[in-house]
Design a protein around this ligand. Structure first.
Ligand SMILES: [Zn+2]
Length: 202
């Protein structure tokens, strides 16, 4: 990620703070697995999860829309992610054992993000073009009235490419808004990964 370096200055105004790009958040996976709602604050999520097994299994929530506002996180690479069955951990429900299931699970996460931005267009926008990116940055560059905020731009990042049944599908995924693909996640049939060579057996 290329970031513009800005040296800290005492007394600089809030609006002059650099915007941040968060280059990896498993938002959909957390929404599906733990029912997390990223329109909520971290504090609210932690309050709701107190006494459940979620913090122990997944760690305390550390991101939410109010925190994105405070941290000036204007853009998030929002992942599409599912776990191969051989790496399943306790509580993981977004799991595939074959490529058709992988395709369905990855595809469903696009629908989930769409629902999020349709329901909360003031909080989250999808970005799949320079025009949409510029619109989000433009919004962040202007002050907003108290109590309001800026939409966080989401760019789809496929983590592990097993959702793509064949490279022939790439145009279809592009049309759905997918802009970044990480071929590997602990090794896929497309690419070797952590502790695993390229695999043809899923
Ligand atoms: Zn991830």
């Amino acid at each position: 990620m290329a970031t513009k370096s800005v040296s800290p200055q005492v007394g600089r105004s809030f609006m002059n703070m650099p915007l941040i790009i968060d280059s990896h958040q498993d938002l959909a996976w957390n929404m599906l697995t733990y029912g997390r709602d990223y329109t909520r604050s971290v504090q609210e999520t932690r309050r709701l999860e107190a006494g459940t097994t979620t913090p122990e299994r997944n760690g305390d929530s550390i991101v939410g829309w109010p925190e994105y506002q405070r941290g000036q996180v204007a853009v998030v690479f929002a992942t599409l992610y599912a776990t191969p069955a051989r790496k399943k951990e306790m509580g993981d429900t977004v799991v595939y054992a074959d490529y058709e299931t992988a395709h369905r699970l990855y595809r469903n996460q696009i629908d989930l993000y769409r629902k999020l931005v349709d329901t909360h267009p003031d909080k989250f926008n999808l970005i799949s073009s320079t025009k949409e990116l510029n619109a989000v940055i433009e919004h962040w560059s202007k002050p907003v009235p108290d109590g309001e905020g800026h939409p966080v731009g989401l760019i789809y990042l496929m983590e592990g490419a097993e959702g793509i049944r064949s490279p022939h599908e790439l145009a279809e995924w592009y049309d759905l808004g997918l802009r970044i693909i990480g071929l590997a996640w602990a090794g896929t049939r497309y690419c070797g990964g952590t502790q695993r060579a390229r695999s043809l057996d899923g």
